[in-house]
Write a protein that binds this ligand. Structure first.
Ligand SMILES: Nc1ncnc2c1ncn2[C@@H]1O[C@H](COP(=O)(O)OP(=O)(O)O)[C@@H](O)[C@H]1O
Ligand SMILES: [Mg+2]
Length: 232
């Protein structure tokens, strides 16, 4: 694993990664798809979000990575009220969050390697300092032979693994994954969960939405959502 030293200063670890209180959400003028959600993810927690299709899992995650806004309630990320974020502070918060989306969101004309390296390049990291990390993480997800491939030539499961490698390469403080094992076989699914566990071991808070209960290690925290209401 290219991941080793724990990061973040201790004082940053004090605030929960995510805190939601009385949160409701609707799309436009539509009905509420989330109702009165209270949720705390402490720094360093590992949790699964489960529930049937349409229950509101993806919507809840969208609030956490600042893709959508709540219609009511309070959302804090790393101790900062998300409603108070400015044009300057918002990208800084967003940068601390790694996201794996269901539709992968890869850049088709960049190679697998370049897609994974992109978050670090954007942060101004030199190629010489990220190249071996990118290769190592791609090997870990079984794509060591596909570094130069372009996304359109990959299978769905391969694209998903590129998206996961890209989400973890910058060692985010919070990793949010929406059905990250939806396109891979059970053995690869288990391997990807181990990767998330490894991230968690070095301090990353992890939340994984899945409807696949077999994926959830026994003893793991499980949040359940049904018809927009969360119970845990
Ligand atoms: N972009 C959107 N616009 C309007 N309604 C949406 C949108 N995305 C999701 N919804 C609705 O919100 C509800 C919750 O969906 P979603 O969060 O995607 O659930 P899940 O991820 O658990 O399957 C569903 O009723 C869905 O139809
Ligand atoms: Mg979903």
């Amino acid at each position: 694993m290219p991941i080793n030293a724990p990061k973040s200063s201790p004082e940053l670890n004090q605030a929960p990664s995510v805190q939601m209180s009385g949160v409701s959400m609707r799309y436009g003028e539509g009905p509420e798809v989330l109702r009165d959600v209270d949720l705390t993810l402490a720094q360093g927690e590992f949790a699964f979000l489960t529930g049937p299709s349409g229950a509101g899992k993806s919507s809840l995650l969208k609030l956490m990575y600042l893709r959508e806004q709540a219609s009511r309630g309070l959302i804090s990320l790393f101790g900062q009220d998300s409603a108070q974020l400015t044009e300057t502070s918002r990208p800084l918060v967003r940068r601390r969050i790694g996201v794996v989306l269901q539709d992968f969101d890869l850049i088709d004309h960049l190679s697998v390697f370049e897609n994974v390296a992109l978050p670090l390049r954007i942060h101004g990291v030199k190629r010489s300092s990220y190249a071996s990390d990118a290769v190592e993480i791609l090997r870990w997800v079984g794509l060591g032979e596909r570094l130069d491939a372009l996304p359109p030539t990959l299978s769905g499961g391969e694209k998903q693994r590129v998206a996961i490698a890209r989400a973890v390469i910058a060692k985010p403080d919070l990793l949010i994954a929406d059905e990250p094992t939806g396109n891979v076989d059970p053995a690869m699914g288990a391997r990807l969960i181990r990767l998330f566990e490894e991230m968690n071991r070095i301090g990353t808070t992890v939340l994984i939405a899945t409807h696949d209960l077999d994926l959830i290690p026994s003893g793991a925290r499980r949040l359940e959502i049904a018809r927009g209401e969360l119970s845990s």
